[in-house]
Ligand binder design. Structure first.
Ligand SMILES: C[C@@H](N)C(=O)N[C@H](C)C(=O)O
Ligand SMILES: [Zn+2]
Length: 219
C-alpha cells in the first residue's frame, strides 16, 4: 500500500532537526474553544504563542459571522501514545495480516506516531469553522472522523463531499494557509506551525520541540 502524501510516519519527518526557540505555550482564550476532547486532555486549549497569533490573524480573514472553533491544541505525550496504540489496535483487528511497519504507516493517516507528534509540541491544532453563536459549519465529516469511519472523506481534498462542505473546507484552507499554517492532507481539521511536519513541508527549520505537561502548567 503506497501513499500520495508524505505521512507523519515517513522517516523524512523524523529526520527533521528541531532547534527549540523557547516560545511559551499560551491559553488560546481569544478563540472559541470546544471541550469535547477535554476528558482525555484537559490542556487542549494551550498552543505556542506564535501559532496563537497566526490563528487570530486567520480568524480576522474569515467572512463576517464565521469563526474558528479550536478542538485540540497541545496534547500530552502520554495521551498521544495511548491514542496511537488504540488506533493501531483497531487496524490490527481489521487487518491481522499487516506487519508492524504497515500498521504504523496506516495508523499515521489518522494519528501521529508519538516520537514525531505535532500536538505534543504545542504547534498543532485540530479546528473547524462555526457561526458566531457556535454552530459548526458542515465540513463534510465530523472533526476526528477516521479514514475507516469516513471512507476517506476526512482527506482534505476528498472529491465526494457536498458542494457546501467543499466550499467551507476551502474557506478554512485559504484562511489558514494565508496565515502560514500547513495542513495534514488526510485530515481537513489538522494544521500546524513550527513543528517538524510544517518544517518539512515549507523547507524551514523546526522551532518547536515536544513539551512536557509540567512545562505547559508552569509556563
Ligand atoms: C486524530 C487527530 N486528532 C490528530 O490529531 N491526528 C494527527 C495526525 C496527530 O496525531 O497529530
Ligand atoms: Zn491534529
Amino acid at each position: 500500500m503506497t501513499s500520495d502524501f508524505v505521512l507523519l510516519s515517513d522517516p523524512v519527518i523524523a529526520a527533521v532537526e528541531t532547534s527549540e526557540c523557547g516560545e511559551p505555550a499560551v491559553d488560546a482564550a481569544g478563540l472559541r474553544v470546544d471541550r469535547r476532547e477535554a476528558r482525555y486532555n484537559p490542556l487542549l486549549h494551550f498552543v505556542r504563542s506564535g501559532l496563537y497569533e497566526r490563528l487570530l490573524r486567520a480568524e480576522e480573514g474569515l467572512p463576517n459571522g464565521v469563526r474558528l472553533l479550536l478542538v485540540e491544541g497541545y496534547r500530552p505525550p502520554a495521551v498521544q501514545l495511548q491514542q496511537f496504540m488504540a488506533y493501531v489496535d483497531v487496524l490490527r483487528g481489521r487487518h491481522p495480516d499487516w506487519t508492524a511497519e504497515l500498521l504504523r504507516r496506516e495508523a499515521s493517516r489518522f494519528i501521529s506516531p508519538p516520537e514525531v507528534a505535532p500536538h505534543c509540541t504545542g504547534g498543532a491544532i485540530d479546528l473547524t469553522l462555526c457561526s458566531d453563536d457556535g454552530v459548526e459549519l458542515d465540513m463534510g465529516t465530523e472533526v476526528n472522523a477516521s479514514p475507516v469511519a469516513s471512507a476517506n472523506r476526512c482527506y482534505t481534498g476528498a472529491p465526494d463531499i457536498p458542494a457546501e462542505a467543499a466550499a467551507n473546507r476551502r474557506l478554512l484552507v485559504d484562511a489558514l494557509t494565508r496565515a502560514g499554517l500547513v495542513n495534514y492532507p488526510t485530515e481537513w481539521w489538522h494544521w500546524s506551525f513550527g513543528e517538524r511536519y510544517w518544517a518539512y513541508s515549507t523547507g524551514s527549520q523546526a522551532r518547536y520541540a515536544p513539551l512536557s505537561t509540567d512545562q505547559i502548567i508552569t509556563g
